[in-house]
Design a protein around this ligand. Structure first.
Ligand code: F6R
Length: 269
């Protein structure tokens, strides 16, 4: 696990965009796993600017979103499909038929997961997965106690997640209690993972993810098992880490080694 700490969310967004851009430049037909929510907005803004200003091309990129609410149509303002269209897909040159978001309105939501898994497999697996983390330690909508071996399926949201996300819904509006989410195994099977987090409200989840015991109670802690995960956080989200200075020192040593020995994307595991 590589931990990179940035002074502010903008610096974090720029570095995460550098890593995504490098993936796209090296493998223009990459399969990228995407997240919604406030966290990746800075990254998406950076990618849009790079597309507009330097022609970064998404024409062959294929994407799979982590999750979608059950029970709201894809054109609903709060659906994750709408979020992705508005905040990324409609503003870059991606072929929409290459973008997948689980179908939250399927007649039988229980059938969506196995089909989604098949689609990911047919695409050759996920090359790069973008993640945020919930205040309860969830990734995707894998809430605490999710099986660490789970695949895409329906999950019931915790009260905390519903409260966190209620800001997006009007007081009298239907707010989903269920979601279809990639599973823990689906996420851990990605070849490369970037987890982004900023703000003090994420500090506890970030601490449990990086320094806590490996536990389904904090699903993000399962990333400790992944060989190529980079955690990008700002100072506020890093504020509860006990080895914060060590991670910064590791970063300096890594920069030094990469400068001397490797041109590209080496990380200490
Ligand atoms: C979203 C997702 C969630 C969010 C998490 C953090 O697709 O899978 O795990 O990443 O809830 O949400 P924000 O970024 O809004 O704090």
């Amino acid at each position: 696990m590589q931990v990179l700490i940035f002074p502010d969310p903008l610096a974090l967004a720029k570095k995460s965009a550098d890593l995504v851009e490098s993936q796209i430049q090296t493998y223009p037909d990459s399969v990228i796993g995407l997240a919604t929510g406030s966290t990746p907005l800075g990254l998406y803004e950076q990618l849009i600017s790079r597309h507009e200003e330097s022609g970064l091309s998404f024409s062959k990129i294929r994407t799979f979103n982590l999750d979608e609410y059950v029970g709201i149509p894809s054109d609903h303002p709060q659906s994750y499909r709408t979020f992705m269209d508005e905040n990324l897909f409609d503003r870059i040159n991606i072929d929409k038929s290459n973008t997948q978001v689980p179908d939250g309105m399927a007649e039988n939501p229980l059938e969506v997961g196995p089909e989604y898994e098949k689609m990911i497999e047919t695409a050759g697996g996920i090359d790069l997965q973008i993640l945020g983390v919930g205040t309860d330690g969830h990734i995707g909508f894998n809430e605490p106690t999710s099986s660490l071996g789970s695949v895409t399926r329906v999950k019931t949201l915790t009260q905390q997640t519903m409260a966190d996300n209620s800001r997006f819904f009007k007081p009298d509006e239907f707010q989903p209690k269920l979601a279809i989410t990639m599973g823990m195994k689906t996420i851990l099977d990605a070849r490369r993972i970037l987890l982004l987090a900023h703000g003090e409200n994420k500090a506890e989840a970030v601490r449990d993810m990086i320094e806590g015991p490996l536990s389904a109670f904090c699903p993000a802690s399962a990333l400790q098992l992944h060989q190529r995960t980079t955690i990008l956080i700002d100072e506020a989200a890093a504020s509860k880490l006990s080895l914060k200075d060590y991670y910064k020192f590791v970063g300096e040593m890594q920069d030094d080694l990469v400068r001397k020995h490797r041109p590209s994307d080496w990380i200490e595991r």
